[in-house]
Design a protein around this ligand. Structure first.
Ligand SMILES: Nc1nc2c(ncn2[C@@H]2O[C@H](COP(=O)(O)OP(=O)(O)O)[C@@H](O)[C@H]2O)c(=O)[nH]1
Ligand SMILES: [Mg+2]
Length: 252
């Protein structure tokens, strides 16, 4: 469905919004994110102005099955970076709950440590339309947050599909999160995730079998052979206790 082209009045409004975003106003940031998610001519216009301002953030993708502790881990990582004086944005992508929003609410509860901190901005992306569309919108949201000056941007995604692969391409560092005790350890490592991981996180290392997951991962990495001279390290964490929280180390 064609939308009307942007008239000068609307362009002036959008320019004011961009100025407010660049000045650090959160309401303007939220409104720009919504406009960009809606797509169309306004999104194009806004993104054209924001691209030149983006490119300074360190983007960290965090992916893995539901319940492995991604949100808890992002919360812990965000807390670490805040303590080092960095600003942090979080994008939570959850294609599994387009209707109830239950998972997103859960994420908000776990993010509560960070709520109210002006150096933290959290955005949940509901899935709309195709997953390809979701990856694009997420990329655009990252551009907006980057332009807004956030130094660290964490993107949490569920699953092991094209969305994760697309987002891994935008991320400087991709964490793939696994946990002990999901049955056959080797089976839990979904195809495709091995290739995109810069760092493997074995979370819930307070549970038995963490060592077995680590061994299974090592075996899979051995079978896969060296990749671009980078062997993803395997880090054990207990995200709930902020133990083993890894500082991302790979950029490109
Ligand atoms: N025992 C234990 N539980 C954890 C750990 N990390 C997260 N959890 C719990 O696992 C559940 C799912 O965590 P969540 O962060 O929502 O997982 P997500 O679906 O991957 O985002 C929550 O009840 C967390 O408190 C951990 O290191 N150890
Ligand atoms: Mg989560």
């Amino acid at each position: 469905m064609a939308r009307p082209p942007l008239d000068d009045t609307r362009k002036a409004e959008l320019a004011t919004l961009v100025d407010a975003l660049l000045a650090g106003q959160r309401r303007a940031l939220a409104r720009v994110l919504t406009a960009v998610e809606n797509g169309g001519a306004e999104a194009q216009w806004l993104l054209q102005r924001l691209y030149p301002r983006a490119g300074r953030a360190h983007i960290v993708g965090v992916t893995g099955a539901p319940g492995v502790g991604k949100s808890t881990l992002v919360n812990a990582l965000a807390g670490e970076y805040r303590e080092r004086g960095r600003t942090v944005a979080v994008v939570a992508v959850d294609p599994s709950s387009p209707f109830t929003g239950g998972a997103l609410l859960g994420d908000r509860v776990r993010m509560r440590d960070l709520a109210g901190d002006p150096g933290v901005f959290i955005r949940s992306m509901a899935s709309r339309g195709s997953l390809g569309g979701l990856a694009r919108t997420t990329g655009d949201a990252i551009t907006v947050l980057d332009a807004a000056g956030f130094e660290m941007i964490f993107v949490e995604t569920v699953g092991a599909g094209q969305v994760e692969v697309d987002i891994a391409q935008e991320a400087h560092t991709t964490l793939v999160v696994e946990v002990p005790g999901l049955g056959d350890e080797v089976q839990t490592i979904k195809a495709g995730l091995l290739e995109i991981a810069d760092i493997f996180v074995v979370n819930k290392a307070d549970h038995p079998n963490a060592e077995r997951v680590e061994l299974a991962l090592k075996m899979m990495l051995d079978m896969g052979g060296p990749r671009e001279g980078w062997r993803p390290p395997i880090v054990r964490t207990v995200a709930t206790r902020r133990e083993g929280i890894p500082p991302p180390r790979r950029g490109h």
